[in-house]
Design a protein around this ligand. Structure first.
Ligand SMILES: C[S@@+](CC[C@H](N)C(=O)[O-])C[C@H]1O[C@@H](n2cnc3c(N)ncnc32)[C@H](O)[C@@H]1O
Length: 760
């Protein structure tokens, strides 16, 4: 029996009254199947691989699931779509009762909570310059002013911070999404959520999904790989962490590489990440289990590892987030149609893929680095079994980190040490019980790990299973894993394990994996360099690419460093960009003829290094998105321009403190005039001096900064915290706004209401 662990024993006081009626469920709520996207040959092959993994044990249908947020969430309890009253499953009940997932006394509460809708949660971006104001607004305004029906009756807070999340940055609300949309008393709060979410100041994210990035212990200088990243709520949280401490006009040293197999899901992720305006993100599109190591020196050996620090020969990460595709029954409250599909074969079918992805993650980790393995499934075959097999295969070169005290207010349970495997109406306690014809689908690594020597006893000339050993608790420290159950704090279910890499991982001996012998200890292994090990896990297709100079990824524009110095010098001198802001080597375009590039993107030093490594390694990485859009070429009817590039809104906050030319300060009246009319003749500005100043600017791109009365901004290098600035274009007779309509509307609204505005 597992006992919840927490310094606090009480559950969150937001537990809603349990539903006794059937709840309405939309079929479209479930995450779209990976098999439904994309069309390119390679993507199809990848998807096929994923599907095969899933179908290995023969589930009728499956979708990937994640516990982040989903727009479809809004429909599941809304009742506008198809109703499906199924909120229970005999197979589910039988399976988890047999696994002893919760104590018999807890069972009814567990199921009752699972049958209620999940309270929505959101996170305030700590890197947002309006973080403090937003937190204050939540605490002093909304927390006190909103009282939807049942919270009022039950005398509970309608919204409250999650007690375990640091600095009150995460909040949960105690009413349904339907109420949020329909209840008039929540209108202002709903509007607030929508706007702040669009801007990127807050992110809707399921509470339990916020835990893995917290336990990854990410520092702003870390190189982080998010292996299965879409739709990206954890990626956003990771970016938030690395940007948290940096000041305006500077970039953190770290970087996030966000990867996903499905191109369409990558697009969704990219769309979301754009809200962060970051130069420290790379989005890649690979099978995580074959993620390229960008190894380019065939002569590299372990003895050269000191050199490696200075000139990386392969891609290694300080932190890896391995939030694998899973059966997702931890999200049943959010995605109730999982009840109807629930089948133990789903978890069995995903086990091998999850293991492969996690092993690749460990291989890509620097020694001393950390990897979080997580799922939103309750199934031990997808959780503890994968963790056990990682520990077994790594033979002491990784250890499980005890995270039990890291988030003291979070109620959680230790990992299971015993479980069974279910297959086609049969239960197996050991692999030896599995008939030969099922050993393709049911593999040894699904069972609790125990030494073969312990498990087998000799009876006559035949080894038989020692039943004491079978019932013996697993020998691995699985209690270090973290299980979160829905009724622990009125949330979703989640599983998390944190690994620390202590040494190079042993080369995987095919025999020991397939025949399930105990792995030799590290000392017994030949002294092999880690790159050999990395290549072991790179697929042959990837392997072929090592050393290639210019392979092209179909459908993805090549990334080209902007090397034309005349363009860079032109931009620098036109905008008077201070020399302390590095441009050379940091600018990229997505066009092989960089002179014709319409958009120029800025990359941080870490991203620049990664792109260079990738180039040297033959462009192993397929990168659909990189860099912060900084300059955009604009065609002009004004004839030849001194500089045809304007500064884009996304990059404005970063570069403004370094600009000494083409910047003008406007009164609030003139600033508003520009936002309202988009194009204003010089003579029509309220402040004549400003109109004259605008006329005197060079034709082309310029930036208008809001002058906040007494605090007239004279020194752009101090632009930051409360600076409000917009990109414009100086034409022959007028100033023209270069801000997209939505952003413009937002700014205007905030200006009129006196509320804070977003940077840029
Ligand atoms: C649990 S979701 C990830 C949720 C995400 N970490 C978040 O917080 O928003 C799993 C993701 O894995 C992706 N996926 C499935 N198979 C994959 C593979 N072999 N390699 C990489 N990604 C894969 C799916 O497309 C899906 O987006």
């Amino acid at each position: 029996m597992q006992i919840p662990r927490s310094n606090k024993s009480s559950v969150l006081p937001l537990l809603p009254p349990l539903a006794t009626h059937s709840i309405a469920i939309s079929r479209s709520q479930w995450m779209s199947s990976p098999t439904g996207c994309g069309g390119r040959a390679r993507a199809s092959a990848q998807k096929l691989h994923f599907r095969r993994g899933v179908e290995q044990a023969g589930p009728p249908s499956i979708s990937i699931s994640d516990s982040s947020e989903s727009d479809a969430d809004d429909r599941d309890i809304d009742g506008r779509h198809n109703y499906d009253p199924v909120i229970t499953s005999v197979a589910f009940n039988e399976y988890y009762k047999e696994q002893g997932i919760v104590s018999p006394e807890e069972w009814d509460t567990f199921i009752e909570v699972l049958q209620t809708p999940l309270p929505a949660a959101f996170r305030v971006s700590s890197s947002s310059k309006f973080c403090a104001e937003i937190l204050q607004q939540l605490e002093t305004d909304f927390r006190k002013s909103i009282h939807p029906e049942h919270t009022e009756e039950n005398n509970i807070d309608a919204i409250a911070p999650l007690p375990w999340y640091p600095d009150n940055l995460a909040w949960q609300f105690n009413f349904s999404r339907r109420q949020l949309r329909k209840d008039h008393s929540l209108e202002r709060f709903h509007e607030f959520l929508k706007i702040e979410n669009e801007i990127g100041n807050i992110t809707r994210q399921e509470a339990v999904s916020m835990i893995p990035p917290l336990l990854l212990d990410v520092q702003p200088e870390h190189l982080v790989l998010d292996m299965c990243a879409a739709p990206g709520s954890k990626t956003y949280q990771l970016l938030d962490i690395i940007h948290q401490l940096n000041c305006e006009g500077s970039l953190p040293h770290g970087m996030i590489v966000a990867n996903d197999l499905i191109a369409q899901r990558c697009d969704h992720l990219i769309h979301k990440m754009k809200r962060m305006n970051t130069a420290n993100l790379v989005v890649t599109n690979h099978e995580a289990q074959c993620f390229p190591g960008c190894l380019f020196s065939k002569t590299y050996s372990y003895e050269m590892s000191n050199e490696l620090e200075k000139h990386p020969h392969q891609l290694l990460f300080d932190r890896v987030l391995c939030d694998v595709p899973c059966s997702g029954d931890g999200t049943l409250r959010k995605a109730p149609n999982i009840w109807r599909r629930w089948n133990s074969a789903t978890g069995n079918g995903l086990h091998s893929l999850q293991l492969q992805i996690a092993m690749r993650g460990i291989a890509l980790l620097k020694i001393g680095g950390r990897m979080v393995y997580s799922t939103c499934s309750m199934n031990p075959v997808e959780n503890e079994a994968v963790v056990s097999e990682i520990l077994r295969r790594c033979g002491g070169s990784v250890e499980l980190v005890d995270i039990s005290g890291k988030l003291p207010q979070l109620i959680h349970r230790p990992g299971l040490s015993k479980w069974k495997v279910h297959d086609k109406n049969r239960w197996f306690s050991t692999f030896e019980d599995v008939p030969d014809y099922r050993r393709g689908g049911i593999v040894r690594s699904m069972f609790p790990y125990r030494s073969t020597k312990v498990a087998l006893q000799q009876v006559g000339s035949h080894p038989t299973v020692n039943s004491d050993a079978v019932n013996k608790a697993c020998e691995l420290p699985l209690e270090c894993c973290m299980r979160i159950m829905p009724h622990d704090q009125n949330g979703g279910a989640f599983f998390i394990a944190v690994f620390q890499k202590l040494a190079r991982i042993p080369v995987i001996n095919k025999k020991s994996v397939s025949q399930e012998e105990d792995l030799p200890s590290m000392q017994e292994l030949p002294h092999l360099s880690e790159d050999t090990n990395l290549l072991e896990v790179i697929s042959s297709e990837e392997k072929d690419k090592v050393g290639e100079r210019s392979p092209k990824w179909k459908g993805v524009d090549p990334i080209v460093f902007l090397e034309d110095e005349s363009i860079i010098d032109n931009i620098r001198s036109f905008y008077g960009i201070d020399d302390s802001f590095p441009l050379r080597g940091h600018l990229v375009t997505r066009n092989s003829d960089s002179n014709c590039g319409k958009r120029i993107y800025y990359t941080s030093k870490s991203v620049k290094d990664l792109l260079e490594l990738n180039y040297q390694a033959g462009q192993q990485l397929k990168i659909p998105y990189v860099g912060l859009k900084m300059f955009e070429r604009k065609k002009s009817k004004q004839g030849t321009l001194t500089c045809p590039f304007r500064i884009s809104s996304e990059g404005l906050a970063l570069i403004l403190p370094y600009m000494t030319k083409q910047v003008l300060c406007a009164s609030e009246a003139d600033f508003r005039l520009l936002l309202q009319y988009k194009s204003v003749k010089f003579a029509n500005f309220v402040d004549r001096e400003f109109g004259d100043g605008a006329w005197e600017l060079m034709p082309g791109g310029c930036v208008i900064v809001l002058d906040k009365g007494s605090e007239a901004l004279k020194d752009w290098s101090r632009a930051g915290e409360s600076t409000m600035a917009i990109g414009c274009w100086k034409g022959k007779t007028s100033l023209n706004l270069m801000v997209n309509p939505l952003e413009c509307q937002e700014m205007l609204q905030r200006l009129l209401s006196g509320e804070p505005v977003r940077r840029g």
